[in-house]
Design a binder for this molecule. Structure first.
Ligand code: URA
Length: 195
């Protein structure tokens, strides 16, 4: 089974899993499944639920702008969320929801097998790094088994405060530098298929 088939199978499993909480659309994720950089956010918002695509609202536009400015095409990375359905009124994901979606995100990561995960916001950061603190640790590179994890501020927080936006921008610049220079982390974006 290739990556596209494995991801499709996973998505079908999610669609039929009655134990998964929240009843809005399943926003599975999108991008190049052969990417080396995976962006992981929190939960889909209203527009994401309507369009069944991750990060397409205001914060998503900011994220996608910086991805393009790094020289990548949006479809050369993969974008997803820890919880793949929109919670009511865009509330934060509950610990129980995160745990119930966890096996699916873990499998999605295993299939995609990226080199680097950019964890957007504290929920995503703490999914991978339970002890980390966003203000202290954003922009730092963590090694997690074979993976590197870089926590960054959530783009929605960057939209709310100029200071955070500046740090978010700096985080992206640092990411670019780290990906091209650090620890053998020379990223070559593949020409995989967008699904
Ligand atoms: N915020 C997220 O964390 N994910 C989305 O897909 C959209 C907004």
């Amino acid at each position: 089974m290739n990556k596209i088939e494995a991801l499709e199978k996973l998505k079908q499993q999610m669609l039929t899993d009655k134990k998964l909480p929240l009843k809005t659309n399943l926003v599975f994720g999108e991008g190049d499944c052969n990417c080396q950089v995976l962006f992981v956010g929190e939960t889909p918002g209203k527009l994401e639920d309507e369009l069944v695509r991750p990060f397409v609202g205001r914060s998503g536009q900011l994220l996608r702008k910086y991805i393009r400015e790094l020289g990548w095409k949006e479809e050369q990375v993969y974008i997803t969320n820890i919880v793949k359905r929109r919670p009511p009124k865009n509330r934060d994901p509950l610990p129980k929801e995160i745990e119930l979606y966890r096996p699916y995100l873990d499998r999605q990561i295993e299939i995609i097998n990226p080199k680097v995960i950019v964890a957007l916001g504290r929920f995503s950061m703490n999914y991978f790094l339970p002890e980390a603190k966003i203000t202290k640790d954003q922009g730092k590179l963590f090694k997690l088994g074979d993976l590197f994890v870089i926590p960054m501020f959530h783009p929605a927080a960057a939209l709310r405060a100029t200071k955070v936006k500046k740090q978010f921008e700096e985080g992206f610049k640092k990411l670019h530098k780290q990906l091209s220079t650090d620890q053998g982390l020379r990223i070559k974006i593949g020409k995989g298929k967008m699904i």
